[in-house]
Design a protein around this ligand. Sequence first.
Ligand SMILES: NC(=O)c1ccc[n+]([C@@H]2O[C@H](COP(=O)([O-])OP(=O)(O)OC[C@H]3O[C@@H](n4cnc5c(N)ncnc54)[C@H](OP(=O)(O)O)[C@@H]3O)[C@@H](O)[C@H]2O)c1
Length: 265
Amino acid sequence: MIAQGPIVLVGCGRLGSAILEGWLLTGTVAAEDLIVLSPSEKPAAEAARTRGARINPPLETLTQARVVVLAVKPAIWRDVMAPIAPFLNDRAVILSVMAGVAAPTLAEGIGGWPIVRVMPTTGVSRGRGVASVWSADARAEAVGRELFAPMAETVVLKDETLMDAATAVAGSGAAYFYAFTDALARAGEAAGLDAATADVLARATLRSAADSMGDDALDALIGRIASPGGSTRAGLDALDQNERLKTMLIDTVAAAVRRNREMGA
Ligand SMILES: NC(=O)c1ccc[n+]([C@@H]2O[C@H](COP(=O)([O-])OP(=O)(O)OC[C@H]3O[C@@H](n4cnc5c(N)ncnc54)[C@H](OP(=O)(O)O)[C@@H]3O)[C@@H](O)[C@H]2O)c1
């Protein structure tokens, strides 16, 4: 539980709502320690209000803020922060979940507060997200871990530039798995299954594989299904013929990293 001073969530859109729901679900932040700033009414904020969170209180209440979480679109953060910044105390930490806005840019626009960048997935709403944390400041990094580790598998990056790679793997990764699942279903169709049956089988397989993954080494997990000379081994050999699976994913992640860099430039 985070103590001492409110946590201010600025922006309650898709990600902001997921963060708010995750905090309350996991008890990471008590509702009475939450301040939410949102131009329009949001179901997640209203649900938090019924539990004691303050929604759009006077900006004077921000003087005690311990953390300000910036969850608005990158294009507007300067305008959003301008009226808030004069009320923040010296001990406040700025936590940005905005993609592609680098810490030096934030520091230049906001001022002297420690900054931590976190790149979470919306799975945090169910307490099952993924989050990458980076900060040049140890206290700010600790705040990032404290606020996200209870609702996300959290990694701390050594260098801010790795945020683009982490986003390309974890932020985009669910879409890659969905695309793979669709391709698997279509391959099942090509092998004679009807489309609906192939869909059910492919989706259920992804869910079941995720459920049984645990923390075992991936090679060991594969080895449990693919016995030498068996059908799964034959399929895997075809899948990674000439290392094409690895090559394809290196290209996939590299393309997403490039795009992340272009958008952040
Ligand atoms: N969505 C994701 O999966 C994801 C993942 C990682 C990082 N991110 C980052 O998270 C940030 C938000 O993304 P999103 O997908 O949640 O976008 P979004 O759904 O558009 O949410 C942005 C929210 O900002 C609010 N807002 C606008 N002006 C504001 C102000 N002056 N004060 C407070 N709130 C204000 C908007 O309110 P109204 O709705 O009332 O206009 C909107 O709800 C982005 O920077 C993005 O890069 C998102």
